[in-house]
Write a protein that binds this ligand. Sequence first.
Ligand SMILES: [Zn+2]
Length: 420
Amino acid sequence: MNTQPWIESTVVENFLRYVRIHTTSDPHSPTCPSTPFQWDLARLLKKELEDLGVPEVEMTEFGYVVGKIPPSPGYHHCTPIGFLAHMDTSPDFSGEGVKPKIWKNYDGSALELGDGVFLDPNENDDNKHMLGYKGQTLITSDGSTLLGADDKAGVAEIMTAVAFWMAHPEAVHGPIEIIFTPDEEIGRGVDKLNLETLKSKAAYTLDGSTEGTYNEHCFNAYTVGVTFTGRMIHPGYARGVMVNAVAMAGAFIAGLPRSEAPETTDGRYGFYAPQEIEGRMDHAFFRLFIRDFSIDEIHRRLTFLDQLARTIEGSFPGGKVELEATKQYLNLHDFLASHPKIMGALVKGIEETGAPAVGEVIRGGTDGARLSERGLPTPNIFTGGHNFHSRYEWIALPAMVRATQTVINIARIWTEDERK
Ligand SMILES: [Zn+2]
C-alpha cells in the first residue's frame, strides 16, 4: 500500500486551509484564547474531526480542541498517547490575510515572494535547507505576512494522520488523543488544558523545524526580580548620606558576566539576560532572566546573583539589594529520562520515514516542558517549517509528509510490545 501520494495531497490541502485563517495571539489580552478569531480555527478543527468520524470531540470553554481516537481492534489495552499542535501564530509579525504561494519543482534559485521580498537559499543556515529540496514543492507566504507553518504545519500533519487512521482501520495503534491548543506563542499554550480529562501517558508536540529533528532538551528558566533601596537626600548635601538606587542598579548590571549573555552564547551555554529596568534615586527595580540546560548551572547563577547583591550592598553602605527568583519552566529532558520508550518510539518513528533522526536542543521553552512538569512527558517533533515568526517562513512538502508519517509510525511503534 503506497499511501505517500494520498498523504501528500491531504497534508497540503489541510495546510493551505488552516494558514488562511487569522489566528495571531495577543500577549496583552487576559482572555483564553487571547484573540477571538482563534475560535474560527478551533471550530473548523472540531467540525473536521467530527466529519472524519472521530467519535469523541470536545471544544473546551478556553478554545482547546480535543479529539479521542479509539484503538484499532485488539489494541484496547495499549498505552494511550497524545499528539499536540498549537493553533495560534506569533504576534511578532502579521498573520492576517495570509496568501500562501506554492513553488512546484523548486530550481534552487532565490524566490521573489512579492514586492521585492526575496527568499534566498544562500542567505542563512536555515535557508540553505532549501537546496535539499530541489525539484520538490516549497510553500511560502507572499512576503507581506508570515506563513504560519509555526504551527499550522503541525496541525495539518496531525489532522492528516487522523484522516489516515479513520480511513484505514487496519492501521495499528492504541488509544490516541489529539489536542490543539491556543496561545502557545504568548507562553500560555497549556495553562488551561485540563490534564484530568486526558488518558495519555506520553505525548508529542509537533512544533519543531528541520526535517528529521526532534527536541528532548530545552532550557531551565528562572526570572529574577532585583529591588534596590537607597536613601534620598538633596544632592547638594548628599556627601556621606545619600545612597543612590540608580547607581546601585547600574553597578549590579555591570557586574553580570558579558560572556554569559544571550548575544555572546549559543549551543549548550546558558546566560543571564537583562530584561527591564526602572527606577529613581531612592528606589530601582531590575528584572533579568536566567537560562541553562543544567539545573546545577541555574543554581550556580542564582548563588552568583546573591553574592553580587551582597557586593553591591558592601560598596553602597546603607543601601539594600533584594532578590526574588521565580521558576518559569524546567528542562523537559529531566522528565523524559525515566521513560526511555517515549524517545525510543520517536527516534524509530522518524528513522522509518527514511530521514536521519537528529536531536537538537531548544534554546527556549516548549509547551512540552510545562506538560512534562505537570506529569505528561512530552518531547517535540519537527514539522518541516523554517524561518518562523517572519515573512520569510517556508516549508517543504516532503518534510510535511515525513512528519505525518512519523506520527503514524509512533502510534504503531507504541503498540509493538504491548499487544495482548
Ligand atoms: Zn510553534
